[in-house]
Design a binder for this molecule. Structure first.
Ligand SMILES: [Zn+2]
Length: 52
């Protein structure tokens, strides 16, 4: 089952980090560069909805 969780983007290096990866570490920081400011972004998957 894919939960399709939140994705965070690092302000410094721009790495996209899924929330599930952040959750396993005690601090909310970028796993690549260690920067502590991350921005919530939506999943890159865009859903198209037909309007009836
Ligand atoms: Zn980073």
């Amino acid at each position: 089952m894919n939960s399709g969780g939140m994705i965070y983007k690092c302000f410094r290096c721009g790495a996209l980090v899924p929330y599930e990866r952040l959750r396993i570490s005690p601090d909310l920081k970028c796993p690549k560069c260690g920067f502590k400011i991350l921005m919530k972004v939506r999943s890159p998957v865009v859903k198209k909805v037909k309007a009836i």
